[in-house]
Design a protein around this ligand. Structure first.
Ligand code: NDP
Ligand code: A1CAB
Length: 279
C-alpha cells in the first residue's frame, strides 16, 4: 500500500489509466487520489472513473499531494511549471513528469532548480495492470533514509503496481516513448488489421477481433514467459510448405518489419521535437 496522496495535474487519458490501475491493484484508496484539470469534462470523467477528488487549482493540489504527476500534454507543460514554481511547497514534493520529450533540464529550469524530479514514460495498458514504463531520475531525487524509501523506490513501486518498469538513462527516454509509450497504438492497428483479415475470409467481426487480440496477447506472453527469441518462436509456428510461411511471405512482401521499425523511429523523433523549446 502507498500511504501518501497522489495528485495528477492533467486528468486525461494517461492520468486516468494510471490512477485506475493503481486503484484496481489496491495500491491506494480513492481518497488518496487528487486531480486538477483546466477541462471540466476531463476532471469530471476522472472523478467519475476513479472517485478521486478534483482540486480547483494546482496550488491546492500541490499542498495536499505527496507525489505529483505532471500529466498534461508537452505543449501545455510550460504554463504548469510556471504555476507550480510559485507554490512554495512544490519543492518538497516528488514530481513525476510523464510528458513526451520534456527533459529533466526543462523541468528543473521551470520549477526553479534541482529537486525531486523524475521523468516517466508509461503507457495506457497500465489501466489493466499490464503497463510498460521506464523512468529516469534527476540528480535532486532523494536517496533512501532510515524512515523513508528512496524516490527511485517510490517511483518503481507506483509503476510496478500497474505493469513492468525499467530505470533507464534519460538519453533513452525518447526511444522508450517511440517504442512502448506509443506502441499500444501500433499493436491496436495490428489487431484491427488481423481482424479485418479474419472478416475477409469469412469470420464474424466479434470472433475475428477476439481471436486476433488473444493471438497477440498469447504471442506476447510466450515471448515474456519463455524468454526465447521471437524468431525462434515464429519458427515453431512455421511448418514447411504450410500456411504460416505463406502468410509470412506476404508480410515480408508488404514490408511489415520495416514499417514497424519506421514507426518507432518516427515517434522517437517526434518526442525529441516535442522536447525542443518552442520557437
Ligand atoms: N496517452 C498516452 O497513451 C500517453 C500519454 N503520455 C503523456 O501524458 C501526457 C498526457 O497525455 P494524455 O493523457 O494523452 O492527454 P489528455 O489530453 O488526455 O490529458 C491532458 C489533460 O490536461 C489538461 N490540461 C492542459 N493544460 C492544463 C493545465 N495547465 N492544468 C491542468 N490541466 C491541464 C488537458 O485539458 P485540454 O484538453 O483542455 O488541454 C487535458 O484534459 C502527455 O504529455 C503525453 O505525452 C505518456 C504516455 C502515454
Ligand atoms: O502520442 C503521444 O504523444 C503520447 C506520448 C506517448 C503516447 N501518447
Amino acid at each position: 500500500m502507498f500511504s501518501g496522496k497522489i495528485g495528477f495535474i492533467g486528468s486525461g487519458q494517461m492520468a486516468t489509466a494510471l490512477a485506475s490501475g493503481m486503484l484496481s491493484a489496491g495500491l491506494l484508496q480513492k481518497d488518496q487520489l487528487l486531480a486538477c484539470d483546466v477541462s471540466s469534462a476531463s476532471a469530471e470523467k476522472f472523478a467519475a472513473v476513479t472517485g478521486g477528488q478534483i482540486c480547483p487549482s494546482i496550488a491546492m493540489l500541490t499542498e495536499k499531494a505527496d507525489v505529483i504527476f505532471l500529466s498534461v500534454k508537452p505543449q501545455s507543460m510550460a504554463g504548469v511549471l510556471q504555476t507550480l514554481s510559485q507554490v512554495s511547497t512544490s519543492r518538497e514534493k516528488l514530481i513525476i513528469s510523464i510528458a513526451a520529450g520534456i527533459t529533466l533540464a526543462t523541468l528543473e529550469a521551470g520549477l526553479g532548480g534541482p529537486g525531486r524530479i523524475v521523468r516517466v514514460m508509461p503507457n495506457t495498458p497500465a489501466l489493466v495492470g499490464a503497463g510498460a514504463s521506464a523512468f529516469a531520475l534527476s540528480q535532486g531525487t532523494h536517496a533512501a533514509s532510515a524512515n523513508r524509501p528512496s524516490d527511485s523506490q517510490i517511483v518503481r513501486q507506483l509503476l510496478e503496481t500497474v505493469g513492468v518498469a525499467e530505470e533507464v538513462p534519460e538519453s533513452l527516454m525518447d526511444a522508450v516513448t517511440g517504442l512502448s509509450g506509443s506502441g499500444p497504438a501500433y499493436v491496436y492497428q495490428i489487431i484491427e488489421a488481423l481482424s479485418d483479415g479474419g472478416v475477409r475470409v469469412g469470420l464474424p467481426r466479434a470472433t475475428a477481433t477476439r481471436l486476433a487480440a488473444q493471438t497477440v496477447l498469447g504471442a506476447a506472453q510466450m515471448v515474456l514467459s519463455t524468454k526465447e527469441h521471437p524468431g525462434a518462436l515464429k519458427d515453431a509456428v512455421t511448418s514447411p510448405g504450410g500456411t504460416t510461411i505463406a502468410g509470412l511471405h506476404a508480410l515480408e512482401s508488404g514490408g511489415l518489419r520495416a514499417a514497424l521499425m519506421t514507426a518507432v523511429v518516427a515517434a522517437t523523433q517526434r518526442a525529441k521535437e516535442l522536447g525542443q523549446p518552442p520557437r
